[in-house]
Design a protein around this ligand. Structure first.
Ligand code: PSU
Ligand code: MN
Length: 303
């Protein structure tokens, strides 16, 4: 097996204890240094505080790893040449011995292979604005349409075309529920301005949907639990609209395309909101990680 699952994560899975997968692209490419390493540690600690085992996922020297030790986590946060790996990049990274951080798509695939059912992130990738010109749709969506995993996120990143992304999730057959809300969250914002059809209010209800997925035995697709950032920690909506507009224009002017687009836009927002977007992003991720740990516990209790 090329996949290396850490001893702690392996033991927890074998004993049916709660485990939460965490992605690493947010650490390597989504947050500024040196805050990123602090956040990586903080998120793992938050999972533990809720009684679950964190399994941060990355590829190091061609080996996909589920559960990182201290030095491995530091490499993801600080190493210069660390790549950004979607699921399509995994065989290339393995065969060439490359190191990279995994996006939602690659993390979800590796987590599912390792037998981890619950995954927390900030915001999913999705359909980019100007899709008709660039055809830029995150590989996250297609992979989640074929992977049985529960992803706790603050919706999709607001730099995207949110209604188009919601439509794609419907077309692809991915289940979406608001957590404690009828509104689809907007990543930096508590409300994207769009409704969501289903609402779940407790970790036990989420675990119940996961069990129903298994009982129904339909296509292996994900469950997206869309958990809003608390309103008092969101980015000011006026600031968000103004700075996002500037960021999209700057991205176009710089000619950034493909994998570079999301990191460029997130970084632009951090620098032009005096870090307020970073704080909102972190508040969202923290909430998601804690909720994912509670969902994993409810899931483990029912197994
Ligand atoms: N959530 C965050 N910050 C991030 C990401 C998610 O709060 O940086 C990452 C995820 O790894 C997601 C990726 O899969 O952005 C999407 O990138 P792209 O649009 O290139 O598919
Ligand atoms: Mn993209």
């Amino acid at each position: 097996m090329v996949l290396m699952v850490s001893e702690e994560v392996r033991d927890a899975i074998a004993a049916g204890r709660p485990v939460v997968a965490l992605e690493s692209t947010i650490i390597a490419h989504g947050l500024p240094r040196p805050r990123n390493l602090q956040v990586a540690r903080e998120l793992e600690a938050a999972v533990r505080r809720e009684g679950a085992v964190p399994a941060t996922i990355a590829v190091l020297d061609g080996t996909p790893r589920v559960g990182l030790d201290k030095e491995q986590l530091e490499r993801v946060a600080n190493e210069g040449g660390i790549r950004k790996l979607g699921h399509r990049d995994l065989p290339l990274a393995v065969a060439t011995g490359a190191s990279g951080a995994t996006t939602v798509s690659a993390t979800a695939l590796l987590a599912a292979l390792a037998g981890v059912r619950v995954f927390a992130t900030g915001g999913l990738g999705g359909v980019h604005r100007e899709w008709t010109v660039t055809q830029d749709e995150s590989a996250d969506l297609g992979l989640l349409a074929r992977t049985r995993i529960t992803v706790v996120c603050a919706g999709v990143k607001s730099i995207l075309d949110v209604p188009a992304t919601l439509q794609r999730l419907e077309t692809l057959g991915v289940a979406v529920a608001g957590y404690g809300t009828d509104r689809f969250p907007g990543f930096y914002l508590s409300d994207s301005g769009h409704p969501v059809d289903w609402r779940l209010d407790t970790p036990e209800e989420v675990a119940g949907v996961m069990r129903a997925q298994d009982v129904l035995g339909g296509p292996d697709s994900a469950l997206i639990v869309a958990n809003p950032v608390p309103e008092d920690e969101q980015l000011d909506p006026g600031t968000h609209a103004r700075v996002l507009d500037e960021a999209l224009r700057a991205c176009r002017a710089a000619g950034v395309t493909g994998q570079g687009v999301t990191p460029f836009l997130l970084d632009h927002l951090v620098r032009h909101t005096d870090g307020a977007s970073l704080e909102a992003n972190l508040a969202a991720v923290r909430g998601n990680v804690a909720l994912a740990a509670r969902v994993a516990a409810a899931w483990a209790a029912g197994e």
